[in-house]
Design a protein around this ligand. Structure first.
Ligand code: NDP
Ligand code: OXD
Length: 310
């Protein structure tokens, strides 16, 4: 039987191996860097395999991301041409992400930072009640995660819009698409939530120009990738008051360096990339299915486009 390569700095190989074996008792899993003969490897289940290593696996047929994002695969300049590239598409992760996005939306909408501040000052003060039906939430990205979050936020009565590359229809959600409609989408958005994949086209999309197109007093929530945000622009907008707050789960450098201004910024909430973690319990079945398909010469599900890089 061909072998599966496993590499991840975050995920437990023993847990994944145990779960995968429930579906494939004869699985031969090689845990990086103890890979044995590299010619045995036909399937790679990876998160951030150090660049330049795929070339070693002459019989590799599929690279599967150990997450929903695949940017960590496309950063490798020596990516082999013929292999399939796929990812997890896990409803458990969509639920986790929607919970996290909802948490941030409700936190800003229900003035949690303001009330926490008043509590610290022992001040009993009532702020004007917020109006949910007037609160415009905008989701960048209407894919597996963005659509789920948009629907769940809309179900609570918020005014929800989404922005994608191609035209979409999502019930209860105003849909914008393409670069031409980005400004209109931003102009109507008070809480901007980024659930885009990181690609050459989306890198730095939250910058001084796009932030200036949000109304004064808006919020930025980012669970896409740190590289979607130009940090200096976000910090400037927070300091000038154009933005009222930010909740960030992903960063240009992870772990976020201890001297980074985000840590101590009173308007920034820092999370250690945990909004939707990969989960062997929920995702091993789909990975086992993909391994089985690849080993029997079939095409696995959840492929990503090399051209679009997502
Ligand atoms: P999908 O591929 O399902 O959806 C991506 C969405 O982004 C699509 O709607 C797509 O548009 C849109 N998009 C892509 N490029 C552009 C562009 N240039 N302009 C406008 N819209 C664009 O991805 P997922 O929803 O599964 O995941 C999104 C990202 O979330 C991941 O790539 C990852 O970076 C991040 N993530 C973060 C996690 C965390 O814990 N922080 C956990 C999991 C994922 P269209 O529909 O038209 O193709
Ligand atoms: C992912 C992530 O892409 O956890 O799945 O960031």
């Amino acid at each position: 039987m061909p072998a599966v390569l496993f590499h991840s700095p975050n995920d437990s190989p023993t847990e994944w191996e145990k779960k995968l074996r429930e579906f494939m008792p004869n699985l031969d899993m090689r845990i990086w860097p103890d890979i044995g003969d590299p010619n045995d490897i036909e399937f790679a289940l990876v998160w951030k395999l150090p660049s330049g290593n795929y070339e070693k696996f002459k019989n590799l047929r599929c690279i599967c991301s150990l997450g929903q994002g695949v940017d960590h695969i496309f950063t490798d300049a020596d990516l082999p041409n013929q292999v399939h590239i796929m990812r997890l598409v896990d409803p458990w992760m969509a639920q986790a992400m929607s919970e996290w996005i909802l948490l941030q939306v409700l936190r800003f909408h229900r003035q949690v930072p303001e009330y926490e501040d008043l509590e610290k000052q022992l001040k009993w003060k009532v702020l004007p009640p917020p109006e949910t039906s007037e609160c415009a939430v905008g989701i960048l990205g209407l894919g597996e995660l963005g659509r789920d979050a948009a629907r769940k936020i809309s179900a609570l009565g918020f005014k929800v819009a989404g922005w994608s590359r191609t035209e979409k229809e999502v019930q209860g959600v105003e849909c914008f698409y393409g670069e031409k409609q980005l400004e209109a989408f931003l102009n109507r958005t008070k809480i901007l939530c980024c659930l885009l994949p990181l690609t050459p086209k989306t890198t730095g999309i939250i910058n001084s120009k796009t932030i200036s197109q949000l109304p004064r007093g808006s919020y930025v929530v980012n669970a896409g990738r740190g590289q979607h945000v130009v940090d200096t622009c976000l910090l400037r907008a927070l300091d000038t008051g154009h933005l009222a707050g930010a909740a960030l789960d992903v960063f240009n450098e992870e772990p976020l360096p201890s001297q980074h201004p985000y840590w101590a910024h009173p308007k920034v909430s820092v999370w250690p990339h945990v909004s939707a973690q990969s989960n062997a319990d929920s995702a091993a079945g789909q990975v086992a299915d993909a391994i089985g398909k690849v080993f029997s010469g079939k095409v696995p599900d959840n492929l990503v486009s090399r051209e679009q890089q997502y």
